[in-house]
Design a protein around this ligand. Structure first.
Ligand SMILES: [Zn+2]
Length: 344
């Protein structure tokens, strides 16, 4: 939708965004987007795109036929501050739950959970195996009911964290019950670390897979994925002698996003969730619940579905011909009706 002055506002925002863009390093570049798709993603006209190129937006290919890295464009748009680009609007939409009242973030919640992995190749290679992580909401006061594994010969690991089968696909469905918790952070050192982390004013960005765990990028460039932000925060805790582990899992309402956060042991002996990235996100959406970025509060929302795995782990994997293979992963997490007797 055209607004008076919209083009100018967008151009100015994108130019500002470009000044602080962490460009995907050349060895990881994909150059997977052409000019037409780039204009669409950035919500700009061709002239603005040329201005961005003149100002150093990285691109390959010949003049006029440039190719861009989709992650550069996404990050540039997300941090442009225009509010009109596709990534900004998608983010605002998928994070609108952050405006919820505290009791809604804490109330018991039931979700139908379906996770599937399948070989991405046209023909699966020899000796195929497929692996999925299982939801482990019982780690934080929740429960799993009606767990089904297909094919039925899928076997859960002794840890209960994953299920594995021979074959080119594997699916898990379950009803997952979660509940939130609001806890004060007791340890003054821990509060100081969380406040210090918030003051770094990091930017969450899409990164190539090889850089998602890269803690150096956090310290040196101020950019982080959920994984690297969580690793960085856990490191700060561990250096201060505070037990901390990273955790990966899913967020209800944010499909296909595998999220990461930190579980710390506070001075009162309780394990508490500190979510460094939700704190960053909540600053980008208007009217979010202030508890999400209160450094004195550990807010575990009822939308978190933990696995038993840490950052570096994967929630879905397929192997064939003796190697990890490209896999199609689908994740569906939808509201489920609760029966009183099912509540944990
Ligand atoms: Zn395969």
């Amino acid at each position: 939708m055209a607004r008076p002055g919209g083009t100018v506002v967008t151009a100015a925002g994108l130019c500002r965004g470009l000044d602080t863009l962490f460009a995907v390093p050349s060895e990881h570049r994909l150059d997977d987007v052409d000019r037409a798709s780039a204009r669409q993603l950035l919500g700009c006209d061709d002239r603005t795109l040329s201005i961005l190129l003149d100002r150093g937006l990285p691109a390959g290919g010949d003049p006029g036929e440039e190719r861009f890295d989709s992650r550069d464009l996404f990050n540039l748009a997300l941090h442009s501050g225009t509010g009109t680009t596709v990534p900004e609007q998608a983010f605002a939409y998928s994070l609108r739950w952050m405006r919820s009242a505290t009791e809604d973030l804490l109330a018991p919640r039931a979700s139908r959970f379906a996770l599937r992995v399948a070989c991405g190749a046209e023909a699966c290679g020899p000796a195929p195996t497929s692996m999925l992580a299982l939801p482990r909401p019982e780690r934080c006061g929740g429960a799993v009911h009606d767990l089904t594994v297909e094919p039925a010969w899928g076997v859960a690991a002794p840890s209960g964290d994953t299920v594995v089968c021979t074959g080119s696909e594997l699916a898990v469905t379950a009803t997952v019950h979660t509940r939130g918790e609001r806890a004060e952070l007791r340890s003054p050192e821990l509060r100081a670390i969380v406040a210090e982390f918030a003051a770094m004013d990091l930017r969450w960005v899409k990164l190539p897979e090889a850089l998602r765990d890269d803690v150096d990028l956090v310290a040196r460039h101020g950019v982080a994925s959920c994984d690297s932000a969580s690793r960085y925060l856990a490191q700060l805790c561990l250096r201060a002698g505070i037990p901390a582990v990273t955790r990966i899992g899913w967020v209800v309402g944010m499909l296909d996003l595998v999220h990461a956060w930190v579980e710390v042991e506070d001075a009162d002996g309780a394990t508490k969730v500190v979510d460094p990235v939700f704190a960053l996100f909540s600053a980008t959406v208007r009217d979010t619940n202030p508890l999400l970025r209160d450094p004195a509060v550990a807010l575990r929302t009822n939308r978190l579905i933990p696995t038993g795995l840490s950052t570096g782990g994967v929630v879905a994997e397929h192997r064939c011909a003796g190697e990890p293979a490209a896999a199609r992963v689908t994740t569906k997490i939808l509201p489920a009706p609760t029966r009183p007797e099912e509540r944990p």
